[in-house]
Design a protein around this ligand. Structure first.
Ligand code: OFO
Length: 172
């Protein structure tokens, strides 16, 4: 059993994870429009990763007999029109998500809610990877060169990404 305050905070995080999914799907559509279908594939895989993050929290609330509440998902507004500035936005977004996950851990620690601490530790580790992925891509852009040729190579490389999570959410 978890507190109502914790259930509310996790429901907020579910919304934020689904917003992340929505944002990356919108970014994927933009990259497809610009001809970067490999980058779009990377972002679409990331969309699935975010939905996995959301559904893992959903299952946890269900397991704790807490109510799952879905709120409206904000419009995924972004202005970036090129891969480098887009991935800078991705990195900033992931840093914001990391801060949000840390808030849940702080609440779980304050409430001596050990089960939620255990769950959220998974997300803490995951956020290290999420930030690293974005930083690695930005570094690769700098190494290859932020030029049509460099971005062509990046597009091929990112197009190789495969999902590392189950796409069947009933198996979470
Ligand atoms: Fe759910 O980690 Fe990215 O946003």
């Amino acid at each position: 059993m978890i507190s109502q305050k914790m259930a509310d905070r996790i429901n907020l995080q579910i919304n934020r994870e689904m917003f992340s999914a929505y944002l990356y799907l919108a970014m994927a559509a933009k990259m497809t429009n610009l001809g970067y279908t490999g980058i779009a594939r990377w972002l679409t895989v990331q969309y699935h990763e975010e939905m996995f993050h959301a559904m893992k929290f959903v299952r946890y609330l269900e397991d704790q007999a807490a109510e799952v509440k879905f709120d409206a998902i904000a419009v995924p507004a972004f202005k970036e029109n090129d891969p480098k500035s887009l991935f800078q936005h991705v990195l900033e977004h992931e840093r914001w998500v990391t801060a949000s996950i840390r808030e849940i851990m702080e609440l779980a620690m304050a409430e001596k809610d050990f089960a939620t601490q255990n769950l959220v530790q998974w997300y803490i580790d995951e956020q290290v990877e999420e930030e690293k992925n974005a930083m690695d891509i930005l570094q690769t852009i700098d190494l290859l060169g932020n030029t049509p040729q460099g971005l062509f190579m990046l597009n091929i490389e990112l197009g190789k990404r495969e999902p590392s999570i189950p796409l069947d959410y009933t198996k979470i």
